[in-house]
Ligand binder design. Structure first.
Ligand code: FES
Length: 119
């Protein structure tokens, strides 16, 4: 049995969780995924560019996975707030942000860490 990997603190890294097959994701927009009671927006924008955020807009709950995406920014379809997918921060006000999760692609699956210390 292999040892869990650890980070600089020596603490075990949170496990990576398979979320959705890359082939099931839209290539030009977000894809809604519900997992363990969390509603997520998954954005696979190109090779090595995968982002996972909470799907509900922090303004009033808009469906971010249904928003337009351009240059790494998603626009909420309800009132057009915009969020940088690499940080989760609103482009108009750094005080507004959406939860972003560490994400990667492994074996054609999008994987996330939901209990990362940065969350
Ligand atoms: S609900 Fe997203 S901008 Fe209003």
């Amino acid at each position: 049995m292999s040892e869990p990997s650890s980070n600089k603190t020596g603490l075990p890294e949170p496990a990576w969780i398979r979320l959705i097959r890359v082939a099931s994701c839209r290539s030009d927009a977000g894809t809604f995924v519900e997992r363990d009671g969390k509603e997520l927006g998954v954005f696979v924008l190109g090779p090595g560019q995968v982002f996972v955020i909470d799907n509900a807009c922090p303004h009033a709950g808009g469906n971010l996975s249904a928003g337009d995406v351009a240059e790494g920014v998603v626009t909420c379809p309800w009132h057009q707030w915009q969020f940088d997918l690499s940080t989760g921060v609103c482009t108009d006000s750094a005080a507004a942000r959406v939860q972003k999760y560490p994400a990667r692609i492994r074996d054609e699956w999008v994987e996330i860490q939901t209990s990362h210390p940065c969350n």
